[in-house]
Design a protein around this ligand. Structure first.
Ligand code: ZN
Length: 261
């Protein structure tokens, strides 16, 4: 029973963090301050009262519309809140508290990056570079606990392999196609993922994201003529793939190795 109550509390807290991540998602790339400013409707600029700004619940009560002007609030913002709530619960159930705390930060940065990449096709260095540094710092503090035995070396090697392998793919793509394939934002995002997850799960992240991107790209190119590259930015796949690897990556690697035997 106590387990359910704490999981519910973590879910609600995660949704609240997701609500803050929406503010980051909207304001950070537009160079607006987001620590002191109050939330406002992007359509009419009306300030959003606290009771209309309760994660998930307000969206449902208001029917997804602004109370002052009736403009539709993007359901994509609801996804950020629910994604944060869900990933916080899953992390909470999987890891001891100190490690869960580090992974809450990791998941938050990933979700913000995915949202901004989806909106604007950029991944801000302001999120990924401090994220990579935190991954290294956590490897000798919060993540030095029993469940993963995540060492400083794992973290540094993970960062180099995570970022380096996407850099190599990007250079190769440029040499063959003569066009920019992957942005520097994806490379730095993967450097952060490697710093948190180590090199094996970083590579698995890239693999899962590539498969996901290829499937969505194929579905998309059947409808549109602009082809696979236009479908969705890669960061939208890398972030959830990294969360999947955080939660179930070791199981996936283990199952794969057992298949080989
Ligand atoms: Zn409005």
């Amino acid at each position: 029973m106590g387990g359910y109550i704490s999981a519910l509390f973590v879910f609600v807290a995660g949704c609240a963090v997701g609500s803050f991540l929406n503010v980051v998602r909207y304001r950070l790339p537009r160079k607006k301050g987001f620590v002191r400013g109050r939330s406002e409707c992007p359509a009419c600029g009306a300030r959003i009262a606290w009771y209309d700004n309760i994660p998930v619940a307000s969206f449902l009560v208001l029917g997804g519309r602004c109370r002052s002007c009736g403009a539709a609030i993007s359901w994509e913002y609801l996804i950020t809140e629910v994604a944060a709530g869900l990933s916080f619960v899953l992390i909470w159930l999987e890891f001891p508290p100190a490690e869960a705390l580090a992974y809450f930060v990791f998941a938050s940065i990933l979700i913000a990056c995915a949202g901004i990449d989806y909106d604007l096709r950029i991944i801000p260095d302001k999120l990924t570079v401090p994220g990579a540094v935190l991954g290294i710092v956590f490897s000798v503090t919060l993540l030095s606990g029993p469940s993963r035995a995540h060492s400083l070396l794992d973290s540094v090697v993970g960062m180099l392999v995570g970022g380096g392998s996407l850099l190599a793919v990007s250079l190769l793509y440029k040499a063959i196609r003569g066009a920019e394939g992957m942005g520097g934002g994806d490379i730095k995002l993967m450097a952060m993922v490697g710093a948190f997850l180590g090199y094996r799960l970083a590579l698995l992240t890239i693999f899962i994201a590539s498969v996901g991107g290829a499937v969505v790209g194929l579905l998309h190119s059947r409808r549109a003529t602009e082809g696979m590259r236009a479908a969705l930015p890669f960061g939208v796949f890398l972030s959830p793939a990294a969360l999947i690897c955080l939660l179930w990556g070791e199981d996936i690697v283990g199952a794969y190795l057992a298949l080989l035997r």
